[in-house]
Write a protein that binds this ligand. Structure first.
Ligand code: GDP
Ligand code: GDP
Length: 437
């Protein structure tokens, strides 16, 4: 949790190729859930049992050869602000360019772990060219071929070695953790202020940490939970605030450390791609979701028709995950801010819901009987029984069947919809796994 690798470098060195290589294999393994991959900038990878997030910062900037130095500069600055390990990619065939020098000089001044990745070493001749890149002053380069995969194992070994040790804050595990996320000016700090101003010191930083703590406890009006990274939300970074993807990158850590995310959408602007990008990180991390349509106090049209329309629009953009609460309110006038908290609590309850195995199998008999999995290549696909994993953080159903690989996405969605119709899993993704029996 909370380990972030950022890939930086000038255009065309192979950043997105490496990003795909690192994140695809894992997607193939875990993708028996009905979640979908949408963005190419954020994904998950795993190496030697360590789970890490990867961002391709190049996916967010204008990617052309005449790219502004200013853009690269911001891209690198963002990586320094947010990532734990930075992969600085260069093209081994092209030699060191002016842009490479510029990036290197910014990275040398940071104290983040950096690994120089000399890419396009398809024939393993890197040793000859590495010396030139060693002169960037960022240590021994790692030669890889992002296209055919050579060298990436050694590279990941080094990433794992350089990854800072987790500083675990001691928190009460029985309390839920809520993150407040959304694009700039949606109203995140206003919501936090609205909650806190009820009484100055109800939000207390966890004692004993020198740096900003990740969690603040909120214990008032019958609510007891942690807010994630409130200091980070209030501390605005003026340099980067104007960049579209800044808020997306800023959200990653908060989302990863949370159980349920309160995603704020600005009613006066409607839903835009940045909202969808943040949503997609929430979904990839299988976190709970409550949407707050904020600034409802100044919405022009507050009719039922307009509420319906807004709900439909949000759900259409987040589909196929559509089963989550949407609250219309205002951080400024405090209208329905406690409703938002209550919904987040409900979602966390739903995340912990375990359906007794017998009840589950009775219902499944009906569900599967009404519409059995389609036969494939002349063979009947049979689901024999289903259980829920007791220790999972996300509701997880394991279906035992004869031919798990032949149960396709449309059928998985049918099962998921039926489950959601019968039991309350509002606001939480659910995982469906299919195993051979
Ligand atoms: P980005 O702009 O840094 O994200 O670069 P891309 O990943 O889009 O790659 C730019 C070009 O280099 C594409 O044509 C890739 O196919 C090619 N490329 C990427 N990695 C390798 C590699 O390891 N070897 C070779 N020969 N080509 C590569
Ligand atoms: P953040 O960047 O997401 O933290 O957004 P802020 O909380 O700083 O809010 C951005 C602007 O929107 C500020 O001028 C707020 O006063 C305003 N704002 C936030 N919430 C509301 C609301 O519910 N109603 C109205 N009318 N304005 C709001």
């Amino acid at each position: 949790m909370g380990r972030l690798i950022a890939i930086v470098g000038r255009p065309n060195v192979g950043k997105s190729t490496l990003f795909n290589r690192l994140t695809k294999t894992r997607a193939a393994i875990v993708n028996d859930t009905s979640g979908t991959t949408r963005d190419r900038q954020y994904g998950k990878t795993e190496w030697n049992g360590m789970e890490m997030s990867v961002v391709d910062t190049g996916g967010w900037v204008v990617n052309s050869d005449d790219i502004f130095e200013g853009e690269i500069n911001k891209q690198v600055q963002l990586a320094i602000d947010e990532a734990d390990v930075i992969l600085f990619m260069v093209d081994i065939k092209g030699g060191v360019t002016d842009l490479d020098e510029m990036v290197a000089s910014i990275l040398r001044r940071s104290n983040k772990p950096v690994i120089v990745v000399t890419n396009k070493d398809d024939n393993n001749e890197g040793i000859y060219a590495e010396a030139e890149f060693y002169s960037l002053g960022l240590g021994q380069p790692y030669s890889i071929s992002a296209i055919n995969g050579t060298g990436t194992g050694d590279l990941l070994d080094e990433v794992v070695r350089k990854m800072p040790k987790e500083e675990v804050e001691s928190v009460d595990e029985s309390l839920p953790r809520f993150a407040i996320v959304g694009r700039p000016n949606a109203g995140k700090s206003s919501l936090i202020n609205a909650l806190m101003d009820e009484q100055r010191n109800i939000v207390t930083d966890i004692a004993g940490t020198t740096r900003d703590s990740i969690y603040s406890r909120y214990n008032k009006f019958g609510f007891d939970f942690y807010l994630v990274d409130t200091a980070g939300i209030r501390k605005k970074n003026k340099v980067n605030e104007d960049i579209e993807y800044y808020s997306v990158l800023r959200s990653i850590r908060a989302i990863e450390y949370s159980d349920v995310c309160i995603l704020i959408i600005d009613a006066t602007r409607g839903i835009e791609s940045q909202d969808v990008n943040i949503f997609s990180i929430i979904e990839k991390n299988r976190k709970g979701l409550v949407v707050l349509v904020n600034k409802w106090d100044i919405a022009h049209d507050k009719s039922m028709k307009s509420i319906d329309y807004m709900e439909q629009t949000i759900k259409a953009r987040f589909a196929p995950f559509t089963d989550f609460p949407i609250v219309f309110g205002s951080a400024l006038t405090k209208q329905r801010i406690f409703k938002v908290l209550q919904e987040a609590i409900n979602v966390q309850e739903n995340r912990k819901r375990i359906i007794p195995t017998s009840q589950l199998n009775n219902a499944m008999q009906e569900i599967i009987g009404a519409y059995p999995p389609p036969a494939t290549k002349g063979k009947l696909v049979k689901i024999k029984y289903v259980t829920m994993l007791k220790e999972a953080k996300v509701p997880t159903f394991v279906f035992f069947c004869n031919l798990p690989q032949w149960i396709k996405d449309p059928y998985k969605r049918y099962l998921e919809n039926q489950i959601r119709e019968r039991w309350n899993f509002a606001g939480t993704p659910i995982n469906l796994y299919f195993r051979q029996k």
